[in-house]
Design a protein around this ligand. Sequence first.
Ligand SMILES: [Fe+2]
Length: 284
Amino acid sequence: MSVMGCQWRPNVINMSCMLIAQITDTHVVPTDSEKGRLMMTETHLIAAVKHLLALRPKPNAVLISGDLVEDGSRQEYELLAELLAPLKAEIPIYLAPGNHDEREAMREVLRAHGYSYLPAEGHLQYVVDLGELRLLSLDTVVPGEPGGYLCEERLAWLDARLAEDPRPTIVMQHHPPFVTGLVRMDRMGLSNASDEAQVVRKHSHVIRILSGHLHRSICSGFAGTMAMTAPSCAHAVELDLQTEGRLAVLREPPAASVHLWKDGNLVSHTSFIGDYGPPYVIAE
Ligand SMILES: [Fe+2]
């Protein structure tokens, strides 16, 4: 398969083109619960899985950048695994924890469902070899807190992993390392982003930091690279850049980020999930 003049070889390492899809903040909760009836996240994830499976070319990897489930229960992780199973059968899925996740339940249930790259103990962070690229998935979670933090151990891990390999590297972490202007959400941001900036600035091969948490598509410069959040594949956070205390969600179209690695550059697209009718072809 060819994409814009380059050879497309899905799921084969050493490729010159690669597609990495990202969804985030799936907040899975059973539909037969009060929250589930309100949020409908089970239905949203089923739609997202269908959407990702229909992408052409087929993605080489799917990232899910945290808040995988709503309350962190084993039951929710079992449901998440069940909903992701058709996608996982076709494409490798890499998961990061968010503030709604519970480390031990996530680890135990998902390792049992074949997410064996999740470490058996400690922080839920790991390295993935994607051929021309590397993925470092970081754990920014502080148990019981909505905001994120990177302790000395996690910062040292990031520094060491970046120092050991010069390949272009994507860092995935739930909490983005930049202030967004969404005041209420910024209060639950990554509290020591400046410490992460000191590490990232040392390593010019960090090509992107991919996050979730904001339930909106946002990008910003950060420490000499680009950081961005993917839109949620469920509910969105209201774009309110002036009200201090308000936090509201709304039903904007769910979406995925689609990152294309081509000719040594990573370009990021937004792909809306839903039925918007057939394309009107302008030219063939
Ligand atoms: Fe979230």
